[in-house]
Design a protein. Structure first.
Length: 739
């Protein structure tokens, strides 16, 4: 083109109206040329969001955000109508002027009509605030406010979904997300939080943060509460208060918001599906009578207010209205915990010759009756001391002969445990784990505790007593004494590929173990810890430990250890894999060396025998390693090698799983799933979804070596969010098949 038309150096120099009509594009906006504002509130970004079709509990449909460009601190105000913007903006300016003694200089937003109203313009002129607006249909020019709204809504959605909170509480979720984002480190602020930029001397969290949407119990301060009334109200935690040092909770039974510091939380209990009936004051009492065959007595239950989701069993009920003299309610004979829908089951007819329930027991309450239990698969037939091997008997006897201390005082009173604690302290001191210093002003120290364990040999004899010092990492604060915590671990696909290569090329599999792996990591953050209980340095009372090395229990310990290991292994000449950072390899003329690491467990293989030996020696010089010989057991997988190849098994994992679930004595199934079964999302909710998820996760890991259950596990995995009783029965069927 240039040779034919040298006068046209660039295509852009050609002015063509036809191309302008046919190929006109939007201008590519380059990153901001101007830097961050030099002082707080020199520039404030704003944007209005809404209207949302679901009205919040207080009646809000919109919210407006004000973002300080210097600190990225965000204020959010909720509105029922867009016309309320001026009221909230004037209140925002007054708050900034009073609290920080500086005015808002520049306000940047879009061309929404609320920002162009007469009162708004008059207020801006009166206070000398410059109003900058973006071009029409150009949201990137107001990118800070737009991106902040996106961040807040993404966080709010996660808060709502995590605990199944209804959408009518979206305003509470947005308010909580704003509260949390203001206290999260930002890359724009070089790792600082917006709150720290404006309030460097204040605590990030005046009260400990809790899980949004979880069930909580707020102390009932009703002055008319009697001695026998419940002392708390069952509520839902929905955020924090700006003006009070307390938690903001919503009580479904009263429909009111409560702010209190006297709150106990059930973090693993999501938003309740129905109201708790402990505070309900119904106008009527239902009396259910269950008709049962004549061979068993009739049972009458009072105050059962939940319907039976299963087919009817001839229920007959009568209504009895309360007396008008406000007499105290009748106490029900049998009470049931609030665990969701309750089914009334009708027992099978009992033969006349059966002696399971004696005649004298029929007059007693059900809880006091005695019966004869029968079991077709007694556990003693499968697990008993008589069936243990001599090594296992020795192991049990050794465990029973040594008791694990329950306190530091008890451990120090026993010479063998005191010796184990001294060994741990010597190892920490030799490693240079900490320095004793006085706690700087404005810093917090975390606690620590001792964990005791008995280490045994393969034959069951006691190898040694182990005392380990563990930091209380749950007391750490994100952005203060830890930041990134992610640490890669080997993928099971990589482990299987490594074993497959060893089987194909007849390579030897070596296994190593790193002793006290986490103690080798170098800490980048400033972490202070209290001195170990029972081992306060003489003459150093009042000082704390300034940690230099990572310690078990710290949130960043896995990341620090993997970083240290990666640096060391790369100095030897190993190259980190691109698809799996836990796999390292080295190629030489003598062959190839492969290594995979999972925390502190290492597997090495390859064709370079001399290189593998050199790698072992190098690791031993860098860390305290233990050569376990040939690979036999790795990540719960038993590895057995023969002339035909390498066999992977998880037999011990299956036995532990059956023991944990109580299915060791169950009758085995011949198929992993009931034929022609069709699972759906409808049905009676399972009472413990967390247990369901945990068990399905373990079965999913078991499918690595058991492809015969892969399909069944994939089916039950589809209902992890809201499992039903039918789904749980399908999981139990898989367990019985494994037996």
């Amino acid at each position: 083109m240039k040779q034919l038309y040298p006068q046209f150096n660039k295509v852009s120099s050609i002015q063509c109206e036809l191309c302008e009509f046919a190929k006109h594009h939007r201008t590519s906006l380059s990153p901001r040329l101007n830097k961050r504002a030099n002082a707080p509130f020199d520039l404030v970004h704003t944007d209005v969001w809404g209207a949302y079709p679901v009205v919040s509990k207080p009646g809000f449909k919109y919210f407006v955000t004000f973002v300080d460009d210097y600190s990225r601190m965000t204020w959010v105000y909720f509105m029922k109508r867009r016309s309320e913007l001026f009221t909230h903006f004037s209140a925002f300016c007054a708050e900034i002027k009073t609290q920080f003694n500086v005015p808002v200089r520049v306000l940047r937003g879009d061309n929404a009509q609320e920002y162009l109203s007469a009162p708004f313009k008059s207020f801006m002129l009166q206070h000398g605030i410059i109003h900058q607006t973006s071009c029409v249909d150009t949201p990137p020019q107001n990118g800070v406010a737009e991106r902040k709204n996106r961040h807040m809504l993404e966080t709010a959605r996660a808060l709502l979904f995590q605990m199944n909170v209804p959408k009518q509480f979206w305003a509470d979720a947005v308010s909580t997300s704003c509260f949390l984002i203001n206290r999260m480190p930002s890359s724009v602020l070089d790792g600082k939080t917006p709150y720290q930029c404006l309030f460097p001397n204040k605590e990030l969290f005046p009260i400990p943060p809790k899980i949004f949407g979880c069930t909580c119990f707020v102390r009932d301060v009703n002055p008319h509460r009697t001695k026998l009334d419940p002392k708390s109200l069952k509520c839902i935690f929905l955020g924090y208060s700006r003006v009070q040092k307390g938690y903001r909770c919503f009580c479904p039974s009263t429909g009111r918001y409560l702010i209190s510091i006297d709150v106990s939380f059930h973090a693993n209990t999501p938003f309740p599906s129905s109201k708790t009936d402990i505070h309900e004051d119904n106008d009527e009492i239902l009396i259910y009578t269950v008709t049962i065959p004549e061979t068993t007595p009739s049972v009458t239950m009072s105050n059962v207010t939940v319907p039976d989701p299963r087919p009817p069993v001839h229920l007959v009920y009568t209504r009895r209205h309360k007396a008008q003299d406000h007499s105290p309610p009748v106490t029900p004979v049998i009470t049931y915990p609030d665990t969701g829908p309750t089914s009334i089951s009708c027992p099978e007819p009992v033969p006349a010759s059966s002696d399971l329930v004696s005649t004298s027991d029929l007059d007693l309450p059900i809880a006091l009756r005695k019966g004869t239990w029968s079991c077709t698969h007694p556990i003693s037939s499968f697990v008993s001391y008589s069936q243990l091997s001599p090594a296992s008997c020795s192991f049990v006897a050794s465990i029973d002969s040594i008791s694990v201390p329950k306190s530091v005082k008890e451990a120090l009173s026993q010479p063998e445990w005191r010796h184990a604690m001294v060994e741990e302290m010597n190892a920490l001191d030799l490693n240079g784990t900490w320095d004793l210093v006085y706690l700087p002003s404005g810093k917090k120290s975390i606690g620590c505790k001792w964990v005791f364990a008995v280490k045994v040999n393969p034959d069951g004899s006691v190898a040694r007593l182990k005392a380990r010092l563990v930091a209380k990492g749950y007391a750490q604060t994100y952005g203060v004494d830890y930041s990134d915590t992610f640490s890669p671990v080997a993928k099971l696909t990589s482990v299987r590929l490594l074993i497959s290569l060893a089987a194909t090329h007849d390579w030897h599999l070596h296994q190593l173990d790193i002793k006290n792996a986490f103690l080798h990591g170098d800490l980048q953050e400033e972490v202070y810890m209290e001195q170990p209980p029972g081992f306060v340095a003489q003459g150093e009372y009042g000082k704390v430990c300034r940690l230099r090395k990572s310690l078990y229990g710290l949130k960043q310990s896995p990341r620090a250890w993997f970083g240290k290991f990666s640096q060391s292994i790369e100095r030897f000449g190993m190259i980190k894999g691109q698809s799996d950072h836990s796999v390292f390899y080295r190629k030489t003329k003598a062959g190839i060396t492969l290594l995979v690491v999972y925390v502190d467990d290492i597997v090495i293989t390859g064709s370079d025998t001399a290189g593998i030996l050199a790698l072992k020696n190098f690791l031993h010089s860098q860390f305290q390693t233990k050569d376990l010989g040939s690979l036999k057991y790795f990540l719960g997988i038993e590895v057995t090698r023969s002339k035909k190849g390498i066999f992977l098994s998880q037999r011990k994992y299956v036995l532990d799983l059956l023991t944990e679930t109580g299915k060791l004595g169950a009758k085995p199934n011949t198929t992993p799933m009931v034929p022609n079964v069709q699972l759906t999302s409808e049905g009676i909710p399972f009472e413990d979804p967390e247990r369901y998820r945990r068990l399905v996760g373990k079965l999913n890991y078991l499918a690595v070596t058991r492809p015969d259950i892969a399909y069944s596990v994939s089916v039950v995995s589809q209902y992890m969010s809201s499992p039903t009783v039918d789904h749980w029965n399908a999981v139990e069927h898989i367990l019985c098949y494994l037996k």
